[in-house]
Design a protein around this ligand. Structure first.
Ligand code: MG
Length: 480
């Protein structure tokens, strides 16, 4: 038989093998398809969720089957940071791709670390948010959850590019005071208070329902949903279906409800056949507080600090057909990168005439050939003080005569320390004496950023003005 004529049995075996490969291809959640021109985006942003609080990042206390599946079908980033260890500055960065120090959103009008009800400050209306980048390109936009970038009308989500807003305007512990300086916690629809105080035990369910409703209503056009959950920020509340059900107390109940919420959203996308057209990101605004049941995994420190536990976040990205399943990357990335990444994927233009601090992360998430993070250095600021910086491997804690703390506690001196994060994510072994050249290089790098974003006592030349109102009002159910 001529060599080019294979025997029938061999042809049958080849065909069987081809059929098997094709079947695997169809069954895989990662069937690489052409990237949609204007994909949908959903950014789920938990409040104070720790690095070790969910299954994909090692939690054995909380059951998170939906997030486990999301990780199996998507990518985990293990070196993803929020730009700040507390709420308002962190959110300002996510929305704009800029360090909060650049936006004058690193402190409130009284030099405290976050905004409070009736604050005169807010994210400047002249800053360009993700929603404002996407909306001119035909995107429907919704903010569903906790805003915390200013509660005055000029600063609300509806004035920052969002078609729809439903949620609480600041943290859920900023409740009514007897002296009347704070109103009952408002729940808002667009610019109107519809409930005060907000019934917190139903918030996660109502946010989830609102998100699914928005997806259903906009399945025929591109949409961007920003879902900044109220929890697990304290005080904790879980829905009746979750209360007392976890093995980790009320904290576990709350985490498991957030997991179920994410599962309901992903299932909606699957049911509507939108999963190939939608990038979903799940992460947190800062690390977990110190306390029983909460976990930042092996990381040192907690919310409110520039240790890794305060600012390194669990991060999942899910987009069947575009992001390879069950993958992990240690690429250096942060909330600063979300706006540039979504802008790139939508084919939109980055905000002009201003400096952004983030980079397009798609080469990492999409596993593009040679794809790497464009972030060479990440800066750990606490209010007006640069406390640390890192590169792909090393983290340098800068020496400080008085280390800025968020809550008015005494500010102790803090020594220079160097940690090799590639082998010591827990920041336990100071290697400053062993690697003087690395210390010197990072000190010089810090020196380059100081004039731009400021440091205690040093003016930030790269700072733009925040929004400001002279006579703020408190949000009450009768005001609008
Ligand atoms: Mg927070």
């Amino acid at each position: 038989m001529p060599p080019y004529l294979a025997p029938p049995a061999r042809i049958t075996a080849w065909l069987s093998r081809l059929a098997l490969i094709y079947a695997c291809f169809l069954a895989s959640p990662w069937t690489l398809v052409a990237r949609p021109v204007k994909p949908n985006f959903i950014v789920i942003f938990c409040d104070d969720l720790g690095y070790g609080d969910i299954g994909p990042f090692g939690s054995t206390l909380n059951r998170t089957p939906h997030l486990d599946r999301m990780a199996q079908e998507g990518m985990r980033l293990t070196s993803f940071y929020s730009s700040c260890s507390v709420c308002s500055p962190s959110r300002a960065s996510l929305m704009t791709g800029c360090y909060a120090q650049r936006l004058d959103m690193h402190v409130n009008d009284k030099n405290l670390c976050v905004l409070f009800p009736g604050d005169r400050k807010g994210l400047s209306p002249s800053e360009v948010t993700i929603a404002e980048v996407l909306r001119p390109h035909g995107y429907a936009t919704a903010c569903i959850g906790k805003w915390h970038l200013g509660d005055q009308p000029a600063f609300l989500p509806t004035r920052q590019g969002f078609d729809r807003y439903f949620g609480i305007p600041y943290s859920n512990d900023m409740k009514e005071t007897k002296d009347g300086t704070r109103p009952p916690l408002p729940l808002m629809r667009n610019e109107r208070v519809i409930e005060a105080p907000a019934e917190q035990s139903t918030l996660t369910k109502r946010y989830t329902d609102e998100t699914i409703d928005f997806i259903n209503q906009h399945q025929d056009r591109p949409f961007f949903i920003y879902l900044p959950h109220t929890f697990p920020h304290v005080p904790l509340f879980a829905g009746v279906d979750y209360l007392g059900k976890s093995g980790n107390g009320l904290y576990g109940d709350v985490i498991e409800e957030l997991d179920a919420s994410t599962g309901a959203i992903l299932n909606t996308l699957r049911k509507l056949r939108l999963h190939h057209r939608t990038l979903v990101i799940f992460t947190s605004d800062n690390g977990a507080m110190f306390g029983r049941g909460r976990s930042n995994g092996v990381l040192r420190g907690h919310k409110g600090t520039t240790w890794e536990g305060g600012m390194r976040e669990p991060f999942l990205a899910w987009w069947p057909g575009q992001i390879p399943p069950d993958t992990t990357s240690g690429a250096l990335a942060s909330t600063l990168d979300v706006l540039p990444t979504l802008t790139h994927l939508a084919g939109a233009k980055l905000p002009e005439n201003r400096i952004l601090d983030g980079h397009n992360l798609w080469p990492v998430l999409g596993r593009l050939p040679g794809g790497r993070s464009a972030c060479d250095y990440f800066y750990y600021y606490q209010m007006d003080q640069l406390q640390a910086l890192r590169d792909a491997r090393w983290k340098l804690h800068l020496p400080m005569v008085a280390k800025r703390r968020n809550w008015g506690a005494p500010e102790p001196a803090s020594p220079l320390m160097l940690f090799d994060l590639s082998s010591d994510t827990g920041e336990t072994h100071d290697l400053a004496d062993a690697y003087p050249a690395v210390v010197e290089r990072l000190l010089q790098q810090a020196q380059q950023m100081r004039p731009e974003l400021g440091d205690r006592g040093l003016v930030a030349q790269g700072r733009r003005a925040s929004g400001w109102v002279e006579s703020p009002e408190l949000l009450r159910i009768t005001t609008r």
